[in-house]
Each structure stands twice: as structure tokens, then as C-alpha cells.
Ligand binder design. Structure first.
Ligand code: BYC
Length: 328
């Protein structure tokens, strides 16, 4: 009923002809005036479905995104880094809570979202299906993945759907701390010993291609951008976000004398656009459709957490029930 679309196929939700034309015109006029749409306001079914799809995927990305970094909490070098990473991972899970609440305002129950994630019906960000082999992988995630997320989320926090925008504002504030923490940790490695430099360079080499995928397929093949930008859910296209990320972070990477694994990467002085080798979009499709290096592992962890936590959720929902905990 709610599900996502099929990658690179025409939207299945193109049912605007069935909407009341007057209501639709007033809705679009409100968006054009920069007003926020709130849960009780009239909205076309397509707007609701697109928002559920996107916010739900975003929420899933936050809880699944907590996993590759989460495994580094106990192995982070030193007490301070352990504490900081633990706080960051906790924040990411908190972001998921905010986003699930925003998606619930559109009518999809949280349990169903969780089931759709576990059963592979809903997507989540490609990037969290790659392994974090070393401490340097964890620092690159904290720096560059959070940086990419901020580019996208800051733009969309100015969008049209009130609950999503308010969640994004709060998320961006927290992500900016993550970014500083990640940058600091990368600087430490990049200005450290030869082994530390090699370790961070190898991590950057591993994360660069998925990072280029992170912003979504090129605008010319993006399925949902047109309708989402029209209704100000997406305030920047996939290519615009990718360009902005390159503008902001390539100089910072080069400043640390790290290299980017793309010999074609350069800024065109005429167009002011970055030119780069197209990342492997076939790999992207495989990864977002469940066949990446860690998809099965990530969903298995999530499934176990759901099963182990069921009695807690049920106890909270029915406080009068006399529960005997599995630990008793
Ligand atoms: N990964 O028409 P398109 C974080 C799918 S977490 C997977 O361009 P759209 C963090 C897309 O869903 C924050 N799938 O789509 C957490 C669609 O498939 P369906 C992550 C992707 O929606 C912990 C199809 O490809 N950020 O920061 O217009 C630790 C066609 O694409 C991806 C968000 O979630 C992808 N990368 O644009 C550290 C931001 N890209 O649904 C950090 C919210 C595309 O038709 N989401 N697809 O089956 C968005 O802004 C947009 O949904 C996207 C895609 C830009 C990602």
C-alpha cells in the first residue's frame, strides 16, 4: 500500500488526475507561498506517499547507519573517543525516532515501517551496506557521511512538510557536532604516523565510491526528483547536493594531503561544476536492492533487535499486563 517505487522506473503514484483540482491548486499555491503543510491539512495522495517513502527510508538509514560505527565504540582509541562515539551513535538512533514520528503523522504505523525494513520492502541508504574494517573507516563515516547528510538535510529542512522540516532542523544541529568530531579524528590520523596516514587513506579509498552514490542517481535518471522538487520536499536535486558536497569537502581532503581515488576529478573553471568519473551505478542498484557486502548482516542485526525488544514494546503498550521478563 505504501511501498517504495522501483528503481529507475516511472513513478507508480502518478494519480494526480484523481485529485480535486481546486484543492490541488490551493495546496500548490500554499507551497508556492512558502507555507508549511501540517498533518491535518489536505494533501494529494501522491505527496503523502512520497513523503512516507522518503522519511521512512531516512529513518531506516539512521538506525542502520548506527551499526557500522556502533561496532567501533568498544574499540575506539581512548576513553574520550569512546565517549564521543557512543554519544554520536546514540544521536543517530534518536534521529530515527524523530523521523519515524514524522512519518507516523502521515498515517503509516511504526511497527509496519519496521517490518518493511526487516523484510527488505523498504530501502535505506546504500552507504551503510559497506564494512567498517578499521578505526579509520569509522572516522571517515563520521566526517564525510555526516557531511553529505548535512548538505542534503539542511536544504530539505527548508521544505514544505512541517514535521519533516522540524525534525531535520534538530538533526542538522546534532550532525554538525558529529562532523566536527569526525573531522578532528581524521585530522589526527592524517597528521599522525605513516601507518595512521595509510590507514585513513585506505579508508577514504573504500568510502569514496559509495559516497558518490549517497546523493542518489544522476538527475537525468532520478525517478522522484521532479515531483519532490515541485512540491518542495527536495529543495536541491541529487546532482546539486553532490556538487555542493564536492565543493565543500574536496578542498578539505586535499588540505590534509590525502588523495581522492578518481583521477578525473577536477573543477571545470568555466562551468564551475565538478567533473568526475561516473561511479558504478550497477553496483549502486545491487546494493540498494539488497545485494551489497553487508545488507544481510545489517538486516539480521535489526531483526534480532526487534525480536529481543518485542516484550519491552508490548509491556510499554499494555502497562497493566503482568509481564515476567525473560531475565527473571
Ligand atoms: N541509498 O528518484 P531518486 C545519516 C533510491 S543517514 C539507497 O533519486 P529520491 C547517518 C530511491 O529511494 C541520512 N537508495 O530518489 C546515519 C529510489 O528508490 P525507490 C541519509 C537510494 O528519493 C548514521 C531510487 O533510488 N540521508 O546521515 O528522489 C551515521 C531512485 O532515486 C539512494 C537520507 O536518507 C541511496 N543513497 O532521492 C552517519 C536523506 N539514492 O524508493 C550518518 C533523505 C536513491 O523508488 N533522502 N535511492 O524504490 C533523500 O534525500 C532522497 O530520498 C535521496 C534519493 C536523495 C536519497
Amino acid at each position: 500500500m505504501y511501498g517504495g517505487g522501483n528503481i529507475f522506473e516511472a513513478s507508480r503514484f502518478d494519480n494526480l488526475a484523481q485529485e480535486d483540482p481546486e484543492k490541488l491548486a490551493e495546496f500548490e499555491a500554499r507551497i508556492a507561498r512558502g507555507e508549511k503543510i501540517e498533518p491535518s491539512d489536505w494533501m494529494p495522495a501522491l505527496y503523502r506517499k512520497q513523503l512516507i517513502r522518503m522519511i521512512e527510508q531516512h529513518a531506516h538509514s539512521e538506525i542502520i547507519g548506527a551499526l557500522p560505527e556502533g561496532t567501533w565504540i568498544t574499540r575506539a582509541p581512548g576513553f574520550q573517543r569512546k565517549m564521543a562515539l557512543m554519544a554520536k551513535v546514540q544521536d543517530e538512533v534518536g534521529h530515527a525516532q524523530l523521523l519515524y514520528s514524522a512519518a507516523e503523522t502521515l498515517g503509516k504505523p511504526r511497527e509496519q515501517m519496521m517490518q518493511d525494513l526487516i523484510n527488505g520492502r523498504s530501502k535505506y541508504s546504500n552507504i551503510f551496506n559497506y564494512p567498517a574494517f578499521t578505526w579509520a573507516d569509522s572516522t571517515i563515516i563520521s566526517w564525510l557521511v555526516d557531511a553529505g547528510a548535512i548538505v542534503n538535510q539542511l536544504a530539505n529542512s527548508k521544505g514544505s512538510y512541517g514535521p519533516y522540516c522540524r525534525a531535520l532542523e534538530r538533526i542538522c544541529a546534532e550532525e554538525s557536532f558529529h562532523l566536527k568530531y569526525g573531522h578532528h579524528a581524521v585530522i589526527h590520523l592524517a597528521t599522525g604516523t605513516k601507518i595512521q596516514r595509510e590507514m585513513v587513506q585506505e579508508a577514504l579509498n573504500r568510502w569514496w565510491p559509495p559516497m558518490m552514490h549517497f546523493f542518489g542517481p544522476p538527475d537525468k535518471v532520478s525517478v522522484h526528483t521532479e515531483v519532490l522538487t515541485k512540491w518542495k520536499v527536495k529543495m536541491a536535486t541529487n546532482d546539486e547536493c553532490r556538487q555542493q558536497f564536492l565543493d565543500m569537502y574536496v578542498p578539505k581532503i586535499w588540505e590534509l594531503e590525502l588523495t581522492i581515488p578518481d583521477s578525473n576529478l577536477k573543477k571545470n573553471s568555466q562551468t564551475r561544476q565538478w567533473e568526475y568519473s561516473e561511479p558504478d551505478w550497477e553496483e549502486f542498484k545491487r546494493v540498494i536492492n539488497g545485494d551489497g557486502p553487508c545488507n544481510k548482516e545489517r538486516l539480521a542485526v535489526r531483526r534480532t533487535a526487534e525480536e529481543r525488544g518485542r516484550w519491552v514494546r508490548e509491556a510499554l503498550l499494555t502497562p497493566e499486563a503482568k509481564y515476567v521478563t525473560p531475565l527473571a
